[in-house]
Design a protein around this ligand. Structure first.
Ligand SMILES: Nc1nc2c(ncn2[C@@H]2O[C@H](COP(=O)(O)OP(=O)(O)OP(=O)(O)O)[C@@H](O)[C@H]2O)c(=O)[nH]1
Length: 511
């Protein structure tokens, strides 16, 4: 009996020991699994910065930096979520804090010739505004250290790509600013064949040609309204439907009320009877609602003859990431070049190496010089150098693509405000174009308000109108900001940029 109970006891102890070992092993495995899956999630999820954006949904912008983006489920499906290209190009709604490039490019940092060298080479001393010395040396009493424009000597050199046939690149490699993780610099590319400058489509009549691109807006907005108004006597329900159609198309409450009131009055007083009458009236009312006193022309012509010491027009292109700033800058350069102007592009979106590359490609395609900085470099220094180069080389216009990151409203204020202040040390800023993604609806308006607090926005570029059924955002944005929509983006193609003309736009909407 004693022997039995001893062996039983041993058996029980062995079983318990085995179970314990199994439990420990299982615990370790589970713990490991959990840790790995957490890490994976962290790696996949872009860091949510204050005022940043969450990938995958529509834009979410908040000022002040504390509010997270609304839950995915609450957001309308983004019409242009499916993007045809994936090679390092930014996606709408991608988080600004995380570089979206699949692979990072190395940075070849080539200092520009020092000012003295430029003078010696060209024989013409570079024009120095009274306070530029402060900017370059950092001895200005009014500027903080952080505001000083970096020059070639402090690790913030700027690269100028003379396109085509630039021989200034790839000559020197420098260790960039401390504190940044750098991939090894790529070897300087072997002499590339001179890029063929592309043929650019004529710029006249583009909105007309691109009418088909507005088809989504046309069917919901134009056709819906014409159907209602052309149907004869309108009762209260019909007017409510008219109102709903306008609201759904993103015209906003104020514009909608105004338009409906005007339509009601005019229909009664004019005795609108036929669908054609209704159409003519609607056209007139919509065009009036879009009209503004402000000039729609883009101020991109130089001040005087650049060959004779005239200064180039300076345009800043601002907006949040993914709205189409770089694309718009490139498209606008094409329009200017097609119209016979010389442009220089400033790649001050130093936040993303690919954005700089993207702009350089646009420059190459139109034969424009590109001034660019290192990834992470102070955008103001790149902007300053761009304007300096543009002035020296006598181009008609310099287009500066800025970084659109919005960690916090204060950060944006500092950065953009600084870019503008620094550029103004060299030349007058003629145009600040705010690029808004039409597909983001109300978010676009929030962005617009924040940007207009930071810089004097002089014109709006509404991109991706081809990807939305809510063309009405044009009405609202103009009304809210009191700034005219000057250009519209109607596709990803290089020539899918059109000047905004109310009549042509309304005609396109009404089909
Ligand atoms: N459908 C459509 N896509 C556009 C339009 N304009 C730009 N895009 C696309 O929008 C995406 C983002 O454009 P970018 O020019 O890189 O945007 P960005 O604002 O410069 O972004 P960051 O460089 O990150 O600041 C690209 O895939 C463009 O092709 C447009 O008018 N219509």
């Amino acid at each position: 009996m004693g022997a039995v109970s001893t062996s039983n006891l041993i058996l029980v102890v062995v079983v318990v020991a085995v179970l314990l070992v199994l439990a420990v092993v299982a615990g370790i495995v589970l713990a490991r699994r959990r840790r790995i899956s957490l890490r994976e999630q962290e790696a996949e999820r872009p860091a949510v910065q204050g005022g940043g954006y969450q990938a995958g949904g529509g834009f979410s912008f908040s000022s002040g930096g504390a509010t997270a983006a609304p839950a995915e489920a609450d957001q309308p499906e983004h019409p242009v979520r499916e993007r045809p290209e994936t090679e390092g190009q930014p996606g709408v709604g991608d988080d600004a804090a995380e570089p979206r490039d699949s692979a990072r490019r190395g940075i070849v940092d080539v200092p520009l010739p020092a000012e003295g060298e430029v003078e010696a080479e060209t024989g013409t001393p570079r024009e120095q505004p009274a306070d530029t010395t402060d900017t370059d040396t950092g001895s200005g009493a009014t500027e903080t250290d952080a505001e000083r424009v970096q020059d070639g000597a402090d690790g913030g050199s700027v690269v100028a790509d003379e396109i085509p046939g630039d021989d200034s690149t790839g000559t020197a490699t420098r260790v960039p600013d401390q504190g940044r993780v750098e991939t090894p610099p790529e070897p300087a590319p072997a002499a590339e064949p001179v890029t063929e400058v592309e043929e650019i489509e004529p710029t006249a009549g583009r909105l007309e040609r691109l009418r088909g691109r507005l088809s989504r807006s046309r069917s919901t907005f134009g056709q819906g309204l014409l159907g209602l108004l052309g149907a004869g006597d309108l009762d209260e329900d019909s007017w409510e439907e008219v109102e709903d159609t306008l609201l759904l198309a993103d015209l906003g409450a104020a514009t909608t009320t105004e338009i409906v009131e005007r339509l009601r009055t005019e229909i009664a007083s004019r005795g609108v009877r036929t669908p054609d009458d209704a159409r003519a009236l609607l056209r007139e009312v919509l065009i009036d609602a879009l009209s503004t006193e402000a000039q729609r022309s883009v101020r991109a012509l130089p001040h005087g003859d650049p060959a004779d010491g005239g200064k180039p027009a300076v345009l800043l292109v601002v907006g949040v990431n993914g709205t189409g700033k770089t694309t718009t800058t490139g498209k606008l350069a094409r329009v200017l070049v097609a119209d016979g102007h010389r442009v220089l592009l400033g790649a001050a979106d130093t936040f993303r190496a690919a954005a700089v590359e993207q702009l350089a490609t646009w420059g190459e395609r139109v034969g424009a010089e590109v001034v660019r900085g290192n990834e992470g470099q102070d955008p103001a220094s790149v902007a300053f150098e761009s304007v300096s180069r543009a002035t020296d080389s006598g181009v008609d216009a310099v287009l500066i693509d800025t970084a659109g990151r919005l960690h916090t409203k204060t950060g944006l204020m500092d950065e953009l405000g600084k870019v503008k202040r620094v550029v103004e040390k060299r030349a007058q800023v003629d145009e600040v174009l705010l690029v808004l993604d039409a597909t983001t609806g109300q978010n676009g308006l929030v962005q617009a308000r924040v940007f207009s607090e930071v810089v004097d926005v002089t014109g709006i570029v509404l991109t991706k109108l081809d990807g939305t059924a809510k063309g009405g955002i044009v009405f609202q944005v103009q009304r809210e900001l009191g700034v005219p929509v000057k250009l519209v983006g109607l596709g990803e193609g290089p020539d899918d940029l059109a000047p905004f003309e109310p009549a042509a736009f309304v005609d396109a909407l009404l089909g």
